[in-house]
Every structure is written in structure tokens, then in C-alpha cells.
Design a protein around this ligand. Structure first.
Ligand SMILES: [Mg+2]
Length: 416
């Protein structure tokens, strides 16, 4: 039975309106420059010795001994940043970013641009839907949706500039004046002294390192609990490295140390495994979602009762258009959203919705001893946490300006 009572006439943008004129997708000039710029949109694009790549961090490749010491050895940073510019017919430019490098540029320039150029930037739903449907045969998760995310964020930024409003105002306005922030870091002790409202550290060892690895994991939890004292929120990130029995044992052995949450225990497709862990573990919250995509992926996590908190990355999950749907969907299940990273893209979303209680901030200085911009020097004016809070200005769009002069960006697939 069809519920279509008549055809839907094609949306024809008003010729007098400001329309999207060009889409351009860029990468950094070269790998060295991207690392020296602090990684850009790819937080793992860091020089040797940085805590986020060159310390013991359990991950899906930890089962292979030769790839254990450094996450760059297996290519965690292989894709690199993508920077998208959307130029309007009045000359205003919106910027969006994600990871995906040259491959994301290809998707954006060769495929998605056709749904964007000539469109009214107000039509974010239409543009998103056409990009989504047209990439289903190869997309759905991963790089195609990361490319779409960067494009979608650039459109929201351009729309903000066009209307003279910050994105949070376009989304519905603030539900809190400032955004409380917790730190993801190798040094929870420093995070506490810097004023963050909690600290999350990476689990060093995975199941392949056996009981000795488990003992060393618990020793680290104990060390950080003693360093930050009672009551300070302490969380553990497992970066998809565990198995169901290991995660359950880890949670049990963490009980004396009052861990606020254990994050991303399993690879993202293991919905059943997440649900089994959730059934068995009540002593800590369970979180996941940074490597999940779109409302359909997040619906799986919600319906199967996989976790207590969802953590979409706004620059990966489908951009702002999709992230606001994920927030709405999760709120119907009473599940809060605490996005992964995403800096300004996360702050503008979170400040609008009461079910987004706290933002993540990755401490990206190599020794985790200083607050530096999450996106390196990609933007001139990325807002940084101060005394545990981030404040957003009323500048239009996402309120940040691309550091164009210094970045030496390269456009791999120019069309004009
Ligand atoms: Mg994480």
C-alpha cells in the first residue's frame, strides 16, 4: 500500500536567494606539516613520543605483538584530516572537518558536491538525505559518512554566517550558559589540577597480555584513584580492545576504585556482546558510540540496551543534521549523550540539549601537561576550557576561523 498521495515536486531554490556556489575539499600539504600543525582534524596524527600514539593503549591490534608499542605502527593516523569549504553566492564561506584525507576529498568532490552546489544552504535535511541515499551502495558507516559529516558541518557553518547566528542558536538555543568539560588524558592528576570535572585515561593492556596485563591495568586504576583522591570522577577508555569476559572481569576488579564509566569495551559491531556486558555490570556506567554512525547505528545500541551513555563524534557520525536526531532518539530512551571529542561541533550541539551533561576535551599536548587546541592550529580561535568550562561566543556559525594562511592546504581533486 502506498501512502504517497501525490508526487513531491522537486525543490527549486529561489534564484534571488543566496545559494551554495562551490564545495571544495582539502587535505594538509603533507604528512609532516599535518603533524607539526598538531594533527588538524585527526587527533592521532601526532609526532613520535606523543602520549596518544606512543604509550601503552589497548586497541583492536593489540592482539598482534608487533603492533602493540605504537598505534601509528598499524596506521591509526593513516587517513588524516579533511577540510571542507562551502562557498555561498554572496562570498561567505562555511568550514567543516573530519578525517578521511584524500579519499574523503574524492567522495566529496566527485560525488556529494552535485547535491550541494546550487542548493539553498537552509535545506540541510534535503541535502543530507540525498547524500545519504546516493552513497548507500558503498557508504552507511565509516569514510563515506565522515565525508558527509564534514560537508554537513560546513553547510551549518555557512548557514550561521548567512543568518548572522551561532549554530547553537539555529539549533534551538542554549539550555546551559557554559559547558562543563572532562579531560581525556594520560595524566588524570594534571587534569584535576587544570580544573576539569573528571578525567578519563586509556586502558593500557588488552586480553592478549593475559593476567599480568589485567593486574597491571588494575594497578594503574589504583594509582590514578590514589592520585586524584576520592570522589573525583575517573573513567577508563578501552578503545574497542576487549572481549566480553575480560570486560566483565575488569569492571569487577575496578569496583574498589569507584570508576565512573568504562568506555568502548568491544569492537562496534558487537552489539550482542555490549548487551551481555551491560546485563552483568552494575558497578560502573558503560559507554560507547564514538565509532558508530547515523541514527540507524545508534538505534541498535539503544534498542539492544548496549550502554548507559552514547558518545557520537559529531565530525564522524553524520554531522550536525544527524547528531541532533541521535540526541532526540536517545532522549526517548533516557540515555544521555556525551560526544567524543569534536570540540566546537560538540559544544554547539550539547549546549542546546538538556540530555548532554558534559563535554569531552582531549588533552593534546604531547605530555598531557597543557591545554592546547583539540584541532591543532586548524582554527585561529578554537575555544579552550578554562576552570573546567567552555564558553561559546555569539560569533556566527561555529564561531571559529580557519587558519588559511598558515595551513598550506592542498585540494587533491579540483573541479574549477
Ligand atoms: Mg574513546
Amino acid at each position: 500500500m502506498s501512502l504517497i498521495f501525490g508526487s513531491h515536486p522537486t525543490v527549486t531554490p529561489n534564484k534571488n536567494a543566496v545559494l551554495i556556489k562551490h564545495v571544495r575539499a582539502f587535505v594538509f600539504g603533507d604528512d609532516k606539516q599535518e603533524k607539526e600543525s598538531g594533527g588538524g582534524a585527526d587527533c592521532h596524527k601526532q609526532s613520535a613520543g606523543h602520549w596518544i600514539v606512543d604509550s601503552d593503549i589497548a586497541n583492536p591490534m593489540s592482539v598482534y605483538e608487533q603492533y602493540r608499542a605504537s598505534r601509528t605502527s598499524w596506521g591509526i593516523d593513516a587517513m588524516g584530516s579533511v577540510v571542507v569549504e562551502v562557498e555561498l553566492s554572496n562570498g561567505m564561506i562555511g568550514v567543516g572537518i573530519s578525517i578521511g584525507g584524500d579519499a574523503a576529498c574524492y567522495i566529496i568532490e566527485k560525488h556529494l558536491a552535485r547535491f550541494v552546489e546550487g542548493q539553498d544552504p537552509s535545506n540541510v535535511e534535503l541535502i543530507w538525505d540525498q547524500c545519504w541515499r546516493s552513497t548507500i551502495n558503498y557508504g552507511r558507516k565509516g569514510i563515506a559518512i565522515q565525508a558527509l559529516s564534514a560537508l554537513d558541518l560546513a553547510i551549518w557553518d555557512a548557514l550561521g554566517h548567512l543568518r548572522g547566528l551561532p549554530v547553537y542558536a539555529l539549533l534551538g538555543g542554549k539550555t546551559k550558559e557554559r559547558m562543563p568539560v572532562y579531560a581525556t588524558t594520560a595524566r588524570p592528576d594534571f587534569a584535576k589540577s587544570m580544573g576539569f570535572h573528571g578525567a578519563k585515561f586509556p586502558l593500557p593492556f588488552g586480553p592478549a597480555q593475559g593476567q599480568e596485563g589485567m593486574r597491571n591495568n588494575i594497578e594503574m586504576v589504583k594509582k590514578w584513584r590514589e592520585a586524584v583522591g576520592e570522589d573525583y570522577p575517573l573513567m577508563i577508555d578501552c578503545y574497542m580492545s576487549l572481549t566480553v569476559p575480560y570486560a566483565i572481569e575488569l569492571a569487577r576488579r575496578c569496583e574498589p576504585y569507584d570508576v565512573k564509566w568504562i568506555e568502548e569495551t568491544l569492537p562496534p559491531d558487537e552489539y550482542e556482546g555490549y548487551a551481555r556486558i551491560k546485563e552483568k555490570v552494575c558497578s560502573t556506567l558503560l559507554t560507547t558510540g564514538e565509532h558508530e554512525y547515523t541514527r540507524w547505528g545508534f538505534r541498535m545500541l539503544l534498542e539492544k540496551k548496549c550502554c548507559d551513555v552514547l558518545q557520537p563524534d559529531i565530525t564522524w557520525c553524520g554531522g550536525m543534521t544527524e547528531a541532533r536526531r541521535i540526541v532526540a532518539l536517545a532522549s526517548a530512551y533516557d540515555i544521555p549523550i556525551i560526544p567524543h571529542g569534536s570540540s566546537v561541533y560538540s559544544y554547539h550541539l550539547q549546549i542546546c540539549f538538556p540530555s548532554c551533561p558534559i563535554a569531552e576535551f582531549l588533552v593534546m599536548s604531547p605530555k598531557a601537561d597543557k591545554i592546547v587546541s583539540y584541532f591543532g592550529n586548524l582554527f585561529k580561535d578554537e575555544p579552550l576550557p578554562k576552570d573546567g568550562y567552555v564558553e561559546l561566543t555569539d560569533k556566527p556559525g561555529f564561531g571559529v576561523e580557519l587558519n588559511r594562511e598558515e595551513l598550506n592546504l592542498r585540494r587533491p581533486y579540483p573541479r574549477d
